[in-house]
Design a protein around this ligand. Sequence first.
Ligand code: ZN
Length: 312
Amino acid sequence: MKAPSHPRLTITVLRRVAITMIVALTGMTLVSAAPSPDAGKLRIICFGAHPDDCEIQAGGTAAMWAARGHKVKFVSVTNGDIGHWREAGGPLAKRRLAEVMETARILGITTEVLDIHDGELEPNLENRRKITRLIREWNADLVLSHRPNDYHPDHRYTAVLVQDAAYMVTVPFFCPDVPILTNNPVFMYCPDRFQKPNPFQPDVAVSIDPVIDKKLDAMIALESQFYEGGANGSPALLPSDPQKQKERRQQVRDAFDKRARDIANRYRSKLVEFYGQEAADKVQRAEAFEVCEYGKQPGKAELKRLFPFFGE
Ligand SMILES: [Zn+2]
């Protein structure tokens, strides 16, 4: 049956009106173009395998960027739905989403959790497309992730997926539905202690002393993972006595404070390189990052532009 002509006419007219309005609005934007508040701001995206990895690895530096108006997004590539000794599935995924949303509020950043089951991440084409689109959509200057030699399969495959995207973000006919990045971002790894086939070698170390309370507050907000112990926890970690609960929270804070101090001490020479000896000697807690060989290869000036924290 032939469609009545009247509705089709109406649609055509509406389409013309819409196009006219778009042209008018675009014209207005051009005429009244004011500098965007985001002009000159960096855009950083960090991929972690689980809803806690980005926070552990880059929570302090993220807060430092955010405090200067730069835009940071954390992406958990899996939903964390087996990351607890007592509970699993949808309810745990929802709980972990709520936890990272709270950390994002604390750190002043954006966060997203992909709905892929924890422990089941595969470095396949579908996921390569997902990661490529996310990096393009964020218009990233800098991309952070795990290294590909790591104990957890989800960490390894997150790293591989991000490596796989490092060049593809610039290729127009891969995911042609999302515009390419004409400037290939810098890709960097977060630290781990694995030695084979090669240990982590930092290219930048950042003092997170100015934001350490925010970082530790974020760790406390990830309650299912650290206060309750995550997949390898047990009921013994959950005291009913309020005083003991307070002590348990302090224990979590102290553990992450020590971790940040260990990174500062381990990579002190890199702190000296960027801050100078005197300032570096005073740094107590740090985060560190290593340049990936794929993506843009930054010189020292570019690293200082991406990490605008030195000499303060
Ligand atoms: Zn993880």
